[in-house]
Design a protein around this ligand. Structure first.
Ligand code: ATP
Ligand code: MG
Length: 579
């Protein structure tokens, strides 16, 4: 491809809307353009990368026996009513109506559609197991679209669904996808970790997220160097503090003026924060969005609440709970902002973290302005509705498996795999007849890869960008080689470029030829910005049959004969292009 003939424009300035390197570089390199908030268009160079990622995904899915189909982004509400998710999905779903008023959505995912397809045509155990997938646009009206393609409102996802006869079959399909995902992300040049994950709104039991490690990621994972622990922070279990052996002391009310925070009250009373109880107050909503009930959650003062664990414990969807207006809540339940404790509360659900009942003589708010109690003990002074682990595993906390200090890392969730079990097949009637002609529900799994998110996450890997631009791994680079012609129109240079172009192309190498009438400095800057792995510069040494060879990843340049440069490039490309 000649650059002078292509639709191509790079930017020198850093676009104001972009905050992280990958987003800045994609915009500067002219690979994507913003159309609306959270909605982007791919330009030719960017689209080539996306198609290469898709091809890697296809190869790895096909290698595991999955078959590709394509379904419409428009999905009728009836299917979602059947699974119970039309109401459950919430405000992220883009809903619309056809001309006669029938409700549809723009698919955020496709469990229902795939289950529907299978239930009609598969009815015997002989047809199972089965795995089908698609790579299509998905739509989610995210509350906070950000970081470009990382969290957009319209994105490309590969989703596939497995249908098995029994849980053992599901495990086999799940393991195959685990392997396929590992291969895909390795081939795309990501440094990643598979981590145990929460099943969230999709339901079922058992899930892993594949997290590409980088400091700008929105996901936080906990892992242990000493054992196999690797989980999202939402999912990771915590170790409760050891039980206190001491006696319960008499309850005492203390005057604690102005001590609204845990830090203030601990300082005022000369206690450790771990000797206090922290209150977090919420209001919850029902399926129709009406206020349902107040919830007070209590954890040890030095802990952090884990919202996912709390939401799961209450059996709620993530958007059915928010912090309460403390004053309003106080009128009904007796809580007092900054001074709420588990005693004297009424008309609200009380959730207590699993370690509190075993700790003795703690300090808690007295539900009275400027007052706390000391020597508060579970059982004697307060009880609750739910006791469960609702705290967050923090860096340095003991590992729930082996006890060593836990480490944290940030990353980007590029894929997730789930065991769904019969969550969709039972309500939607996706059954098959087994060997004895008995009807059985299919055991399902679902598996997603964020293709457009992966496209961007690749760049955020520290080894895939520098101050000058992107450094694409060969496997997904828009072109393998860029020929930078210093003086287009110079007869010798034109001829040398043409020769290199033709020979490399005939050997399966994808070549971009920068024949633009621009200063060499501009061309070198653009070549670095768009991140083509190999650069061959054709300039003043051309009459001697020599060119300059440079890898984007390295700073060294080498003068070589034309033949050497061709040979060397073809070798590297063929070695690295599969990834
Ligand atoms: P997140 O927790 O980041 O919102 P999710 O868990 O809701 O993602 P899944 O339903 O597991 O997402 O979707 C499968 C994959 O699709 C994710 O692993 C991610 O790579 C990608 N994805 C999900 N939401 C978005 C989005 N808004 N923009 C880009 N990619 C996304
Ligand atoms: Mg996910």
């Amino acid at each position: 491809m000649k650059l002078s003939k292509s639709f191509f424009k790079t930017l020198r300035e850093v676009p104001t809307e972009a905050e992280i390197p990958s987003h800045i570089l994609l915009l500067r390199a002219g690979m994507i353009k913003k159309t609306a908030a959270g909605i982007y268009s791919y330009m030719p160079m960017g689209w080539r990368v996306v198609r290469k990622i898709e091809d890697i995904v296809r190869e790895e899915m096909d290698a595991q026996g999955a078959q590709e189909i394509a379904t419409s982004v428009l999905q009728p509400s009836e299917l979602w009513e059947e699974s119970g998710r039309w109401a459950a999905y919430g405000p992220e779903m883009w809903r619309l109506k056809d001309r006669s008023g029938r409700p549809f959505c723009l698919g955020p995912t496709a469990e229902e559609v795939f289950t529907e397809i299978i239930r009609n045509d598969v009815n015997s155990y002989r047809q199972l197991p089965l795995m089908i997938y698609q790579i299509t646009d998905k739509f989610r009206d995210e509350a906070r679209p950000r970081y470009g393609m990382m969290r957009s409102r319209n994105f490309i996802m590969k989703d596939n669904y497995s249908f098995d006869r029994d849980p053992e079959g599901l495990q086999v399909s799940y393991d195959k996808m685990f392997e396929a995902y590992t291969n895909v992300f390795n081939r795309c040049g990501l440094t990643f970790r598979p981590v145990e994950a929460d099943n969230g709104a999709i339901g079922g039991s058992g899930s892993h997220e594949f997290t590409a490690l980088c400091e700008f990621g929105e996901s936080e994972i906990a892992y242990c160097d000493n054992c196999d622990l690797a989980a999202t922070v939402e999912k990771a279990a915590c170790v409760d503090a050891p039980a206190d052996e001491c006696e319960m002391l008499p309850l005492e009310k203390k005057f604690t003026p102005g001590t609204k925070s845990i830090e203030d009250v601990a300082n005022y009373l000369g206690l450790e924060q771990s000797q206090t109880i922290k209150a977090l107050l919420f209001i919850t909503y029902d399926e129709e969005g009406n206020e349902k009930e107040y919830v007070a959650a209590f954890i040890r003062g030095d802990r952090e609440l884990n919202m996912t664990k709390l939401t799961n414990a209450l059996g709620l969807r993530e958007f059915d709970i928010e912090f309460a207006d403390e004053e309003k809540m106080g009128e009904k339940t007796g809580c007092v902002g900054g001074f709420t404790g588990p005693m004297h509360l009424h008309d609200c659900k009380i959730v207590v973290d699993s370690e509190l009942p075993r700790l003795r003589n703690l300090c808690a708010g007295a539900c009275e302005t400027d007052h706390h109690y000391v020597n508060v003990n579970y059982g004697r002074d307060y009880t609750c509705d739910i006791i469960t682990d609702i705290k967050t595993l923090k860096e340095g906390d003991p590992c729930p498996i082996c006890g060593s200090p836990v480490k944290h890392a940030r990353g980007v969730e590029v894929g997730q795999i789930f065991k769904l079990g019969t969550k969709y097949s039972v309500p939607m009637g996706a059954t098959f007849k087994d060997e004895n002609q008995t009807d059985k529900p299919m055991w399902m799994g679902c598996y997603g890869i964020g293709v457009s998110r992966t496209f961007q996450a690749i760049i955020d890997m520290p080894e895939n960008h520098d101050d000058n631009g992107i450094i694409w791994p060969m496997s997904v680079a828009p072109y393998h080689v860029i020929i930078t012609e210093v003086k287009p129109g110079d007869e010798v240079q034109d001829q040398v470029c043409q020769k290199i172009y033709d020979e490399l192309t005939s050997r399966g190498v994808e070549v971009l030829w920068d024949d633009r009438d621009e200063r060499p400095g501009v061309k070198f800057k653009d070549a670095d910005l768009i991140g083509i792995p190999i650069r061959i510069t054709v300039g003043k040494l051309a009459p001697e049959g020599k060119v300059e060879f440079k890898l984007r990843r390295e700073s060294d340049r080498y003068d070589m004969t034309i033949e050497e440069a061709i040979e060397h490039s073809a070798d590297i490309v063929n070695r690295e292009k599969r990834g």
